[in-house]
Design a protein around this ligand. Structure first.
Ligand code: PMP
Length: 360
């Protein structure tokens, strides 16, 4: 059996070098005569690894010193609710810019915790482009503005960080963190589930500016409080130890492969290759505004949905995995995160060309 090229939207492909290293270290990790999963999270070996991982992430993303980085159990969905719980009062307004399905979910989950105001949404055009900045109805007194830089399902990405004045900007970077350089100082809070560009599912990274940490209310359970997690170095309770370790390996892999700028260069080349082929094919179609096409998630349709089953079967047989689109949009979706090599995209394009020739 050999590994295929895995286009899953998440949990997604990990760099093969990372998996091989984790495999080699699984029984005896770093001279401790046990697996990283079998040692105390308060022991010096784990703590040293955890601090190294944080330092590497800080260096990769140039995170300023007035931000805390939290490595928490769970996923992004939990933080749809936990963010308002921490950085807003229930009677305050929070502005949400909705450019896809995850933004809609963020609105729903925040609802019980804050006065949610949908400042803009691209629902009317089926989220084929983010709502233009000059249409956003923002309140300068809002607790924060929330948006989703990359919408994983429909493949819509903001190419620039929007200017929202002095209101803290909160961003769900689950599907695009570490894929291109971002100026962290423009954000109040960044969060991302790990299972795309960071590591394995079950871990979420929260990067939060210290003035927002200070907003965490004292009367919420400690386990939900960002301030408490920050004060305890994300060791308030047992963290996802293996997930944290694996993230550290991915950070090292990114660093050894030229850092985030090099990831961006490779990601752009992969996206250009795939969109370029789709647009010129006369067979496949991507509905997203070319100026907002995601560099991470590329949805596309075939001219007749009756061909979908054959496409999926034959692509899988060719070692191209998990191309089925999200059920909300149908068709196909190729997710091409950091770990997808350009050879994988080339193999996909070759397959698509051949499939189109045989079925056109
Ligand atoms: N936000 C975005 C942009 C996502 O892509 C996802 C998962 N695909 C989520 C949130 C939800 O993440 P989780 O399942 O880890 O809660």
């Amino acid at each position: 059996m050999s590994r295929g090229y895995n286009f899953s939207a998440g949990p997604a492909a990990l760099p093969e070098a990372v998996l091989r290293r984790a495999q080699a270290e699984l029984l005896e990790w770093d001279g401790v005569s046990a697996s990283v999963m079998e040692v105390s999270h308060r022991g010096k070996d784990f703590m040293a690894m955890a601090q190294r991982a944080e330092a590497d992430l800080r260096s990769l993303m140039t995170i300023p010193s007035n931000y805390h980085v939290l490595f928490l159990q769970g996923g992004a969905t939990q933080h749809f609710a936990q963010i308002p719980m921490n950085i807003a009062r229930r009677d305050e307004r929070a502005d949400y810019v909705v450019s896809g399905d995850w933004g809609e979910k963020a609105v729903r989950e925040a609802g019980p915790m804050v006065k949610v105001h949908v400042a803009a949404t691209s629902a009317a055009n089926a989220h084929t482009a983010p709502p233009p900045r000059d249409t956003w109805d923002l309140d300068p007194h809002a607790a924060y503005v929330h948006y989703t830089p990359n919408e994983t399902i429909r493949g819509v990405e903001f190419m620039d960080v929007p200017d929202v004045g002095d209101v803290p900007l909160v961003a769900d970077f689950s599907s695009s963190i570490l894929s291109h350089p971002v100026d962290v100082s423009k954000f109040g809070l960044i969060y991302a589930g790990a299972q795309k560009n960071i590591g394995a599912a079950g871990l979420v990274v929260v990067i939060v500016r210290d003035d927002l940490l200070a907003r965490s209310p004292k009367d919420i359970p400690k386990i939900f409080s960002y301030a408490e997690h920050a004060a305890n170095g994300s060791l308030l309770n047992t963290p996802n130890t293996f997930g944290w370790y694996l993230s550290g390996l991915v950070f090292e892999w990114i660093r050894d492969n030229g850092g985030v700028a090099e990831m961006a260069r490779r990601n752009q080349a992969k996206a250009d290759m795939l969109y370029g082929y789709i647009d010129g094919s006369g067979f496949y179609r991507n509905p997203v505004d070319p100026a907002a096409r995601s560099r991470m998630n590329v949805p596309f349709t075939l001219p007749d949905a009756q061909l979908d089953a054959a496409f999926l079967r034959e692509s899988h047989d060719a070692g191209l995995l998990a191309l089925k689109g999200h059920k909300l949009v149908g068709g196909m979706r190729a997710s091409i995160y950091n770990a997808m090599p350009i050879e994988g995209v080339r193999a996909l394009v070759d397959f698509m060309r051949d499939f189109a020739r045989r079925n056109g």
